[in-house]
Design a binder for this molecule. Structure first.
Ligand SMILES: *Cc1c(COP(=O)(O)O)cnc(C)c1O
Length: 369
């Protein structure tokens, strides 16, 4: 069997130098303050506000709880329009809040929610839209904003893939009523596990702060039915270290993506995503859609695996095809999402992936007879 070092996986966590991390956590042995919004938590919070250029930010134990609690804090009811082409977390966060997801198809250019198909799904029960910035591609934030204003809906973005992305020079977390970022180990920026919600409304901050700490408002009062989703000091320390090197990491990802594009752009039967106008990308993922190529998506997946390269069928299956949702959504028609999901493969993409390996992956793909 191969060791993990010989396998090329779809992603690999960014790590600071060991000594750098140790220096960051050393003071914790003096203070013995390990969680509950400690010094490192507050430091990372301020640094992230700066980096993401957002007016307000609350950090969480992970991205999923950040999204679940953001939806909770909005006091929504009824139906929420979202996309089936995402990670399970997006729909689970809606459903676990007692809300009904209503699935909108995606657009074929960047795989985000098709803003032109949102309005036809709005009913008198609709209270919010939860779009996803898929692979770091941004949604049509302007069109979504117009629709939301016209119909009085909240917009909560799943921005798990979009850390550091800017649109027209503005941090992506400024759009909509709130955005959730994931700092999971596999994401562009990680705090081991972690996440955050950004927002404009300062009152929102209080509610989120209490919700993630059991709803406790002071020593003798519990005003909200909260949970526990606080980021601890070891997570924050990892974030402080990783944030120091984020520009370099994104720069290295950029080189990986540029090499893929150089090798694969214009090849008949292979579709790669086009850079979006006005968007400063974080190069989070490199999806390839296999469209009448010499080999199928599944064939290509197997061929790469035979060469110790483990791409991911990401996002396959669609959320509407999960065992836990299939029965409820069997009549929903989502032709574009279905086609992309059946044919997409995300190729290895991370900061430390060598360009030689990218070339080797491209050689295998292009060498198919
Ligand atoms: C990673 C991810 C999440 C969940 O984030 P965690 O930090 O892993 O809880 C939610 N949505 C999308 C699209 C993701 O990729």
């Amino acid at each position: 069997m191969l060791s993990d070092n010989e396998k090329i996986l779809v992603t690999r966590s960014s790590m600071p130098d060991f000594d750098e991390y140790v220096e960051e956590i050393r003071p914790l042995w003096e203070s013995a303050w390990l969680t509950n919004m400690g010094v490192l938590h507050e430091k990372l919070h301020d640094e992230l506000i700066d980096y993401l250029q957002v007016p307000g930010l609350t950090m969480f134990s992970n991205g999923h709880m950040a999204l679940e609690m953001a939806l909770d804090a909005m006091k929504l009811s009824g139906e929420v329009i979202t996309t089936p082409f995402s990670f399970s977390s997006t729909t689970h966060a809606i459903t676990r809040n007692g809300l009904t997801p209503v699935f909108c198809d995606i657009n074929p250019d960047n795989y985000t929610i098709d803003a032109d198909k949102i309005e036809e799904l709005i009913t008198e029960k609709t209270t919010a839209i939860v779009p996803v910035h898929v692979y770091g591609n941004i949604c049509d934030v302007e069109k979504i904003d117009k629709i939301a204003k016209k119909h009085g809906l909240k917009v909560i973005y799943d921005a798990a893939h979009a850390f550091g992305v800017k649109y027209k020079g503005r941090g992506i977390g400024n759009y909509g009523d709130a955005s959730m970022f994931s700092f999971h180990a596999t994401k562009v920026f990680n705090t081991i596990e972690g996440g955050a919600v950004s927002y404009n409304d300062k009152d929102f901050e209080k509610v989120l702060r209490y919700l993630k700490n059991f709803g406790i408002t002071d020593k003798e009062n519990v005003d909200y039915i909260g949970g526990n989703a606080k980021m601890n000091e070891f997570q924050a320390a990892m974030g402080i270290c990783n944030l120091r090197h984020i520009e370099r990491e994104i720069g290295k990802r950029r080189k990986v993506v540029e090499r893929y594009i150089e090798r694969l752009d214009g090849v008949c039967g292979l579709i790669i995503q086009k850079p979006q106008e006005g968007v400063e990308s974080n190069y989070a993922y490199f999806p390839l859609v296999v469209d009448n190529y010499k080999i199928s998506r599944n064939g290509l997946y197997d061929l790469l695996a035979e060469n110790n390269i483990f791409a991911r069928k990401y996002f396959y299956p669609l959320i509407t095809d999960y065992n836990c949702y299939r029965e409820s959504f069997k009549d929903v028609k989502l032709p574009v999402a279905k086609r992309i999901s059946d044919n997409v493969l995300t190729l290895p993409c991370y900061a430390d992936l060598s360009l030689d390996t990218v070339d080797r992956i491209c050689d295998i793909i292009l060498g198919v007879k």
